[in-house]
Ligand binder design. Structure first.
Ligand code: FAD
Length: 416
């Protein structure tokens, strides 16, 4: 079924009886050409591009819970491509371009909102660094704009410009950045993948790999063995645990990151603001809630929940940037498990086991990467070669020392 304005009107006039389920609920088949583990944004995007772009017909996504129950439905919804380094900037710009056409591609309203993002500048040295980053973005075909304090003030008059410790001296703006409704991304990719024949199997946990003579033959699951010509792992915060079942120890640590939403307020923030000095980032949802986050909880964990000291820490960051939010009530908060790589950049690569492929290490910047990650992982799975924009995301960079120490990604476990 195609979704459209006409369809909505027709259903409204006929009692909404014509809607069909957005995706099937199939039992797993005995054998697939490609099995993708993880029904998060990256796994579902991979399945969509495998089926739609690379013509793969026998594909399954195996999800231990329900699709969208992981980080894809837990993040603070920010998309941008304001990275510095060669390995990253073209990849994230590719992702932003895919976001721009996503809703038409999957025929689903994901509320892609290019409301713009501004990274605040607090010192002359930071202005130099952001000027360099903006130039790198422009050289890679992205948009970037350097703003002085008055220009920022015009758009965001409520910020604390004259704070003695972190005065706001300007910002690096990317107007094409913004927000996307996070769980709609999972649903849109799932619906599209399903319509191209992909089996999305929920409530099915991968409990092991069947590996014989160095080749992966499929996955053991809570619903029995599922055979596969190739297996792609995209389980984000559970990467260490799942790849451990294949005997691999990854250069990744799992950490908790929390997100917060305030009660609904009148329109206050037109776009996304990141306040690096206080480690706080914020946007305002269409319902009026301030959606914000800050630092990691700071210890390794596979528990999908956060703890109180970081609530206080993040709210302090918010108060330093916008003192009036101390008057707003915190409505809800939650945690997600981040797969933090040691240089802050991701991995999309083959593994030493034939037929087993890995996608992970997204730190806390993986939502914006969802379309490009899915596209590049699908390319790798279908063609057995890296996509041209993801050639840097190899495991062997940790052995050869060719790290991609990106400062645009947020924090890294090795810097804590
Ligand atoms: C609080 C928070 C805020 C964030 N904010 C942003 C942001 O503003 N911008 C941004 O770009 N990124 C952000 N991120 C990061 C982003 O959400 C993640 O990097 C990204 O969503 C991870 O990829 P995913 O969607 O595939 O993960 P997930 O949705 O977590 O998908 C992985 C799936 O694998 C499944 N799985 C795990 N183990 C198994 C198994 N054994 N068998 C079967 N299935 C399994 C899980 O159940 C899960 O559904 C944020 C993350 C958090 C937690």
């Amino acid at each position: 079924m195609r979704y459209s304005g006409f369809r909505v009107i027709k259903e409204a006039l006929t009692g909404h009886e014509g809607w069909t389920p957005a995706w099937r609920d199939p039992e797993p088949k005995a054998q697939y050409d490609i099995v993708v583990i993880g029904g998060g944004g990256h796994g579902l995007a991979t399945a969509h591009y495998l089926a739609k772009v690379y013509g793969q017909r026998k594909v399954a996504v195996i999800e231990k819970g329900w699709i969208g129950g992981g980080n894809v439905g837990r993040n603070t919804t920010i998309i941008r491509s304001n990275y510095l380094l060669d390995g990253n900037e073209p990849f994230y710009e590719f992702s932003l371009k895919l976001w721009e056409g996503l809703e038409q591609d999957v025929n689903y309203n994901a509320m892609v909102s290019q409301r713009g993002i501004i990274n605040l500048i607090h010192s002359d040295a930071q202005r130099d660094a952001f000027t360099r980053r903006g130039n790198a973005m422009i050289l890679n075909g992205a948009d970037a704009e350097l703003l002085d304090a008055d220009q920022v003030r015009k758009e965001y008059p409520y910020l604390n410009f004259n704070d003695a410790r972190f005065p706001i001296k300007g910002g690096l703006a990317q107007r094409r950045g913004g927000t996307v409704r996070h769980d709609a991304v999972a649903w849109g990719y799932a619906r599209s993948a399903d319509s191209h024949g992909v089996d999305i199997i929920q409530n099915c946990e991968v409990t092991g790999f069947r590996i014989e003579n160095g080749k992966c033959l499929g996955v053991e699951t809570s619903k029995g063995f599922i055979g596969a010509g190739k297996v792609g792992c995209a389980v984000a915060g559970n990467s260490g645990r799942v790849m451990g079942m294949a005997g691999m120890r990854l250069p990744i640590e799992s950490h908790v990151l929390q997100a917060f939403v305030s009660e609904g307020l009148k329109p206050l923030l037109p776009g996304v603001i990141t306040f690096g000095a206080g480690h706080f980032y914020v946007s305002q949802s269409d319902k009026g809630g301030l959606v914000f986050g800050g630092d990691l909880d700071g210890y390794n964990s596979y528990a999908q929940r956060g703890n109180l000291p970081v609530v206080e820490d993040v709210c302090e960051g918010g108060m330093a940037l916008m003192p009036m939010i101390g008057r707003a009530r915190l409505l809800r908060m939650w945690g997600g498990i981040m797969d933090m790589s040691m240089d802050g950049s991701p991995i999309i690569d083959r593994t030493p086991v034939e037929g087993l492929y890995f996608n992970g290490g997204w730190c806390y910047g993986g939502f914006k990467a969802t379309p490009a990650s899915g596209y590049c992982f699908a390319h790798l799975l279908a063609r057995d070669e890296p996509h041209p924009t993801a050639t840097a995301y190899r495991f062997d960079r940790f052995r050869t020392g060719r790290m991609i120490d990106e400062k645009g990604v947020g924090n890294q476990p090795n810097l804590h």
